[in-house]
Design a protein around this ligand. Structure first.
Ligand code: HEM
Length: 358
């Protein structure tokens, strides 16, 4: 019988583990050579073949580069808000939080615009397959979903519009001789990492604001910035609750002995509520100044898309800010069952003013 995974939950242990190269990323769905490359690259031990691609992605996701997407994101958010005003409300996840990040990633990658809602069940299957305690049928389902997204992305990338990111990927893939199947896996990983999580940051931020009228009031009178709200959402209800690692040798983290081959979960959500690190950690308080949450990880694998996720969420909250006092929640909390993402299935809201004609 295999030993149950170790869960690290204290801030210091999780931060140390994130920065320890002896713990490599656990990829329960890795299939074939292509995924092995992805796993290796993601573990920080970048193989020389994929390192340039990774570096190029990091360049493309720098804050000054992604600032060029501001107009695109604003137009999308404005269209959704206008539509919601005309209907008197919206279902936040399906109308805004899921489609927006997917549209943004498609725009970055030069993929065709349109309705990408068919990706939602595929992403949810991938998430379930990565979850701890996932069953073999769930992992199998997730592999099918991963392959389906990868084929779709591969075909899309082959005729992608020229964008800085699609050009950069093309250039590096040609220069390094990286085969299209591997590029498609990279695209899949990027699309999934960039949208499955940003969805939850947006929905969780709106959910927390609706439940905390005092914070809406502080925002309204300028005592608080949207940026501070986002950082506190990432700490208090960050999308990624935990990430898996495999020990490559016997080692210690804090008071825990870990054997080579052990599976260890680094629980970012618990670390972000560690009372030794954050005062009154179970209180949602964007005015706090203790900073430095682990919502985007830490160290060599720190999230490459953090600027983009923050930009999208900032635009959503800024555009919704004038309406926040008029929003009422129509549905109770409806959390998904995955233990690795803090993910709402739905969040229905309505405007107190009902339908607004423009
Ligand atoms: C709120 C939204 C997001 C959250 C909470 C989030 C969270 C994270 C976390 C915790 C990690 C570290 C994983 C590890 O150490 O194993 C990570 C890595 C990563 N994220 Fe994000 N992410 C978000 C959005 C994005 C976006 C928008 C993109 C792409 C555009 C992205 C791309 C990546 C990539 C490529 C990595 C791997 C970095 C590396 O290994 O060097 N993420 N993310």
């Amino acid at each position: 019988m295999t030993a149950p995974p170790l869960l690290l939950t204290r801030y210091r242990d999780v931060r140390d583990a994130l920065n320890d190269a002896r713990l490599v990323i656990h990829k329960p769905l890795a299939v074939g050579e292509a995924m092995a490359h992805v796993a290796q690259a993601a573990s920080g031990e970048r193989s020389h073949r994929v390192r340039p691609l990774w570096q190029s992605l990091a360049q493309q996701l720098r804050s000054e580069k992604i600032a060029a997407l501001t107009g695109f994101i604003e137009a999308r958010v404005d269209a959704v808000v206008r539509d919601a005003e005309a209907r008197g409300g919206m279902e936040v996840v399906g109308d805004l939080a899921f489609p927006l990040p997917v549209a943004v990633m498609a725009e970055l990658l030069g993929l065709p615009d349109g309705d990408h809602s068919q990706l939602r069940p595929l992403f949810e299957a991938i998430t379930r397959g990565h979850d701890f305690g996932s069953t073999e049928p769930e992992r199998q389902h997730a592999r099918f979903a991963q392959t389906a997204v990868s084929r779709w992305i591969g075909a899309g990338l082959a005729r992608a519009r020229a964008t800085p990111m699609s050009e950069a990927i093309r250039e590096v893939a040609t220069a390094e001789g990286i085969e299209p199947a591997l590029v498609a896996y990279w695209g899949t990983m990027l699309l999934y990492a960039g949208s499955a999580t940003t969805r939850d940051l947006i929905a969780n931020a709106i959910g927390l604001l609706i439940d905390n009228p005092a914070v809406i009031e502080q925002l309204g009178r300028g005592a608080l910035s949207v940026e501070a709200v986002i950082e506190e959402v990432l700490r208090f209800e960050g999308p990624v609750r935990g990430i898996g690692r495999i020990a490559t040798e016997d080692m210690e983290i804090g008071s825990h002995s870990i054997a080579r081959g052990d599976l260890v979960y680094l629980m970012l959500a618990d670390a972000n509520r560690d009372p030794d690190r954050f005062s009154d950690p179970d209180r949602f308080d964007p005015m706090r100044s203790d900073g430095a949450h682990l919502g985007f990880g830490s160290g060599v694998t720190h999230c490459l898309g953090a600027h983009l996720a923050r930009l999208e969420t900032r635009i959503v909250l800024t555009r919704l800010r004038p309406l926040l006092t008029d929003i009422v929640r129509l549905s109770p909390d409806d959390w998904g069952t995955t233990r690795l993402l803090r993910q709402r299935k739905t969040l229905r809201i309505a405007f107190r003013f009902g339908v607004r004609k423009r």
